[in-house]
Design a protein around this ligand. Structure first.
Ligand code: TYM
Length: 344
């Protein structure tokens, strides 16, 4: 298989309530990867409209995610920060992928089943085709690495299947056009660390989610110190003391979740955390977790507020990022058109 230049791509939906799961599962890794890779970070507004959105809220949420990226430490000058709808190649390539992906593949997507719920007939066609657009996001840049939380693993596998099928179906045309033996890389998911699946603070069997009706289930990036403290103190636990070994967290989802959150916030392993807190009760551990979470998230929330007070400067970041993203995507899209046999 051809060698591709390493490039990172990831996206976050502007659907409100950015939370600790988004931060630890994805954004922290986005920040880290800037040191070693060229990165593109995208506010995926086309994905957001697969479910109903209020236009004014959507606009505010696009700016909110952009502000969060920057406040968390993403550098929009060295890397590319933009919103998906400003680079039309995403939608264009998604259409091509709608014609590459098989209905059987999409029928297996668990996230569609969860989001569509019981009334599947009434879900949007966009919600069904969502993973094809996600593959297009990544492959419009021929990105090789995709940092995401655990819940996106199946979508990433589908993106790899699409890339592989395109490469195989069009192998002769790819070669005839002088584009080598494979046009798209098979993008690798980066899902590592102690918090790839942050769970609800109210129920250790449910994922921490933007759409959970209880605000106590999640810590939002915009929460102030009081809110963070209250939510951690009210977080569900069990009556046993904390174990001293990671093995002891099995069958204890709430304890496992809080220890994972602590470890990820502090850049250490679960075992490191248990070495300090193992054998102790939850109240001392929770106090330390409040201090840590406030120290890490407080400045991010404050910086987000500051950035959001100047929406014009956020919009400038997005326009500039979109122009730089388009420069890459349009070249790749032109080659895709050659491969498909379109006249241009
Ligand atoms: P979204 O907007 O739901 O979530 C953004 C990122 O946060 C991660 N995440 C979590 N990680 C750990 N624990 C949790 N509880 C948790 N909740 C969310 C997600 O895994 C994700 O990495 N389809 C994507 C957006 C997308 C995308 C892409 C991602 C569109 N195109 C291309 C990568 C590449 C989504 O809905 O993420």
């Amino acid at each position: 298989m051809a060698k591709f230049v390493e490039r990172v791509f990831s996206g976050v939906q502007p659907t409100g309530n950015l939370h600790l799961g988004n931060y630890l599962g994805a954004i922290v890794k986005f920040v880290e990867l800037q040191k070693t890779h060229d990165c593109l970070y995208c506010v995926v507004d086309l994905h957001a409209i697969t479910l109903p959105q209020k236009p004014e809220e959507l606009k505010a949420n696009i700016r909110e995610v952009t502000a969060a990226f920057i406040a968390c430490g993403i550098d929009p000058e060295k890397h590319i920060v933009f919103n998906q709808s400003q680079v039309t190649e995403h939608a264009e390539l998604a259409w091509v992928f709608n014609c590459v992906a098989r209905i059987g593949w999409l029928n297996r997507m668990t996230q569609f089943k969860e989001k569509a719920g019981k009334d599947r007939e009434n879900a949007s066609v966009g919600l069904y085709a969502y993973p094809c657009l996600m593959a297009a996001d990544i492959l419009a840049y021929r990105a090789t690495h995709v940092p995401v939380g655990e819940d996106q693993k199946q979508h990433l596998e589908l993106a790899r299947d699409i890339a592989q099928k395109f490469n195989l179906d069009f192998a002769a045309s790819i070669a005839a056009n002088g584009y080598g033996d494979a046009f798209f890389p098979l993008p690798e998911p980066l899902i590592q660390g102690p918090a790839t699946r942050v769970m609800s603070l109210r129920d250790g069997s449910k994922k921490m989610s933007k759409s959970d009706p209880s605000d106590y289930s999640r810590i939002n990036l915009s929460d102030d110190a009081d809110a963070i403290a209250q939510k951690v103190r009210k977080a569900k636990t069990d009556p046993e003391p904390l174990p001293s070994e990671v093995e002891g967290l099995k069958q204890r989802p709430e304890a496992d979740n809080l220890v994972g959150i602590f470890a990820a916030l502090n850049g250490e392993t679960k075992l490191d955390v248990l070495k300090v807190f193992g054998g102790g009760n939850f109240s001392a551990f929770k106090s330390a977790l409040v201090d840590l979470a406030v120290a890490k998230l407080g400045p991010i929330g404050a910086e987000m507020q500051r950035l959001k007070s100047d929406p014009a400067s956020i919009d400038r970041v997005l326009v500039d990022g979109a122009a730089r993203a388009r420069a890459v995507a349009s070249k790749n899209m032109a080659m895709v058109k050659d491969i498909l046999g379109f006249v241009r």
